[in-house]
Design a protein around this ligand. Structure first.
Ligand code: SF4
Length: 224
């Protein structure tokens, strides 16, 4: 399987009835500001460079962000924050990510998520994440140059670890800490944790522009 065929499989997935109903409901009712949009309303595939060395993992699509545009972190406030930082660090070709046809290219980075369908209240269930995690695991297998993960938030962090433990890798009990780098084991990628760039964090000052820029500078340093 290559990334294009995997993405096609993801886009057609209907494994989680609650999320299928919700993503389609949001796409039908829309937000007033986007009433002229044809919402994506489907699972959102990974975006970026599958031959890259870095895999950024988020939680799930935003209702009127990537559930609308069909591209990871594209079209909402989290994406505005993320792509500005990626551009500053040289991982993105443009500072803003508006839609699937805006010409954005990612450099050395793939962005994915633990859940590909927008969940009510941004909270996928454990079962829904378990249903979806195999897609992330297949992307990891396709990333033959992978050196490290950026876990965008605690749920991404925990599920990357869960996925390795499920394969029998002995990983100690790690506590999520913003800015911390974790070693998963010999020959395995490292994992760098950051607060998720959601407005809940960025508007409260929990995650500032400077803190987030430091995450991507640290990423560059880890690759050197
Ligand atoms: S969350 Fe994942 S597993 Fe569930 S329906 Fe969406 S793409 Fe499929």
């Amino acid at each position: 399987m290559n990334i294009d065929s995997l993405n096609q499989t993801v886009i057609q997935c209907r494994k989680c009835p609650r999320l299928v109903e919700y993503r389609e409901h949001i796409a039908a009712i829309k937000k007033c500001a986007y009433k002229d949009w044809v919402y994506w309303g489907k699972p959102v595939p990974a975006f970026g460079d599958v031959n890259g060395q870095i895999l950024g993992v988020g939680l799930a699509p935003g209702a009127h962000g990537s559930n609308r545009t069909g591209r990871m972190f594209t079209g909402d406030a989290s994406g505005v924050f993320l792509f500005a930082a990626l551009y500053n660090a040289g991982f993105a070709s443009q500072p803003t990510s508006l839609n699937r046809d805006d010409g954005m290219k990612l450099n050395d980075l793939l962005i994915s998520a633990v859940c590909r369908c927008v969940p009510p209240d941004n909270k996928p269930s454990r079962l829904e994440i378990a249903n979806c995690l195999p897609y992330l695991e297949q992307e990891i297998e396709l990333m033959t140059n992978l050196k490290g993960y950026i876990a965008l938030g605690r749920i991404a962090f925990e599920n990357i670890l869960r996925s390795y433990r499920a394969k029998g890798v002995k990983i100690p009990r790690f506590e999520f800490k913003h800015g911390e780098v974790y070693k998963l084991g010999d020959g395995l990628p490292w994992l760098l944790a950051t607060y998720h760039p959601s407005q809940q964090n960025t508007l409260t000052g929990r995650l500032t522009v400077s803190m987030f820029d430091q995450i991507w500078q640290k990423t560059i340093a880890l690759l050197e």
